[in-house]
Design a protein around this ligand. Structure first.
Ligand code: TAP
Length: 481
């Protein structure tokens, strides 16, 4: 049984209360580790350590901070295989996804911001021949980072790396559902000799540990990725204290498929966009809007490819759909499968859990599921399911497609599939989403702004946007004598 520990002031420690939570392997349904059930006391200790470490870390300078971040990235790469296995054990995702996407990206997050701060953008405004303005950016102090369970180390480091790079010290909380690679990151930081208190990682539930963290008066900013409901709660706690918040929230992402798309490529890419990571990526397509003239052909090809995806043992390289992260989330997805039927939908493939047998007989597995026959107004097509479930919706005209895409409370991402470049740009301009991909999905350039419109979030992360969020601008206006 692995015993996960908090990382406070440079050392690994047990929770003050000595209370622990169970952590499950989603592929077996069995408890494999114990997680600290940290409370206000642990959170206060972590914040105190971060506060103490802040002046020195901020004064260290970009070059030195960058060296630490590169050292952490190098250690993540050195331990890539072990981290990938940990991520699979904790989250249920496939080993291929963990090896090729999650863990390399965690290293890239540190490398990207380590490099970005050594080449800062200089912002000056000349008012006249004798008057010049220079914008300087200073770190905020102690900031909180809270991340979800779907891309555990990937999203955790996406928040921590820019915060540290900009000169802040951090108290970070991973999801209690997937704490293992955050614990490994703590071990890596110790190996990298990161000064004590610069990064503190505290484990526990959202309702106790998370709440204590966001409410603490010493926290200057909160970067959060997770559900819209919790994002709203965080905003309501932060607002009266005038804390900065960056919220990356839920999605119900449309994929608009026009008749003139590159058919084979579109089907293949959309199968990936729908079911990667068991559909547990905030950017996965869940509403497939398909032009009526190719609807039947698309449906046949899509269902055939979705049904052919191996669902089962996430440790096998040939598996394409692993286990659902938790019993709670598994039950939630199953309830939406039931709802889709009640709302009159037809299940074209999947639609029910499978028993993976042997050691995995108690694991939580749901195969790729495709539903049709539901309009855009029903709950199945409006609410975020966050699983391997997509719905096909036909449309006739371009205007109708845009209206359907936008008719949802979320606005995180959208994809557009057509060989007509002008049409693609026209539709992109009218689609309300923070991230739009034309004829592709999930290509991420870390310099670009990332985040959602409407109920999908507030603010943007990525590149310069992240470094701006984690700093306070100060304008220095100088008049020459
Ligand atoms: P949430 O339940 O919102 O949890 C996210 C994080 O917040 C977890 O660490 C959670 O801790 C913590 N938390 C819960 N209640 C809290 C509170 N009252 N105060 C402070 N922290 C609290 O989301 P989830 O189920 O883990 O993740 C799935 C959601 O994340 C989906 O809606 C998905 O779309 C969204 N998501 C969005 C994005 C972007 S970039 N927009 C990316 C990935 C995921 P515990 O888990 O320990 O309770």
């Amino acid at each position: 049984m692995i015993r996960i520990l908090n990382y406070i002031n440079g050392t690994l420690s047990e929770p003050c209360s000595n209370k622990w939570l169970d952590n499950y392997n989603p592929a077996t349904g069995a408890v494999f580790s114990k997680v600290p059930d940290s409370d206000e006391e642990d959170v206060a200790e972590a914040i105190q350590a971060a506060e103490k470490a802040f002046p020195q870390w901020a004064a260290l300078g970009a070059e030195k901070r960058s060296e630490y971040l590169f050292a952490i990235a190098a250690l993540i790469r050195e331990h890539l295989e072990a981290l990938a296995v940990d991520e699979v054990t904790d989250n249920g995702k496939t080993i291929t996804q963990a090896r090729e996407v999650d863990i390399p990206r965690a290293a890239s997050n540190f490398e990207f911001f380590a490099k970005a701060i050594t080449d800062p953008r200089v912002e000056t405004y000349k008012t006249s021949d004798t008057i010049n303005n220079e914008v300087q950016r200073q770190p905020l102090g102690v900031v909180a980072a809270i991340s979800p369970w779907n891309l555990p180390l990937y999203l955790f480091t996406w928040k921590i790396a820019p915060a540290l790079a900009a000169g802040n010290t951090v108290v970070a909380k991973p999801s209690e559902v997937t704490p293992l690679t955050a614990f490994r990151l703590a071990e890596i930081c110790i190996q990298a000799k990161l000064p004590p208190g610069v990064l503190n990682i505290i484990h526990g539930s959202g309702s106790v540990t998370g709440n204590a963290l966001i409410a603490h008066k010493k926290i200057k900013a909160i970067t959060f990725t997770g559900s819209t409901a919790v994002g709203r709660h965080i905003a309501s706690v932060a607002a009266p204290q005038l804390k900065k918040v960056s919220l990356e929230l839920g999605g119900k992402n449309p994929a608009t498929v026009f008749a003139d798309c590159d058919f084979d490529k579109t089907v293949k890419e959309l199968v990936r966009a729908s079911f990667s990571n068991q559909g547990e990526i905030c950017l996965c397509s869940s509403r497939l809007l398909v032009q009526d003239t190719i609807y039947e052909r698309f449906k046949t090809a899509f269902v055939q490819q979705a049904s052919a995806m191996n669902t089962g043992n996430p440790m096998l390289p040939e598996t394409r759909v692993g286990a659902i992260v938790s019993q709670t989330h598994f039950n939630k997805i199953c309830s939406y499968l039931q709802l889709a039927r009640e709302e009159g939908g037809t299940v074209l493939c999947g639609g029910a859990p499978i028993n993976a047998g042997g050691e995995l007989e108690n694991g939580w597995f749901i195969p790729p599921t495709v539903i049709e026959g539901l309009n855009n107004n029903c709950r199945t097509n409006r609410e975020e399911i966050f699983g391997p479930v997509v719905s096909l919706i036909p449309f006739t005209t371009e205007a109708e497609a845009i209206a359907l895409a936008n008719d949802n409370e979320y606005g995180l991402s959208a994809t557009i599939w057509t060989t007509d470049e002008e049409k693609a740009q026209r539709v992109a301009a009218q689609t309300d989403a923070g991230v739009i991909w034309i004829n592709c999905w999930l290509i991420r350039d870390l310099r670009t702004p990332f985040g959602g419109m409407k109920n999908s979030g507030m603010g943007r992360e990525g590149g310069e946007e992240a470094l701006r969020f984690f700093t306070e601008p100060k304008n220095i206006c100088t008049k020459q004598n």
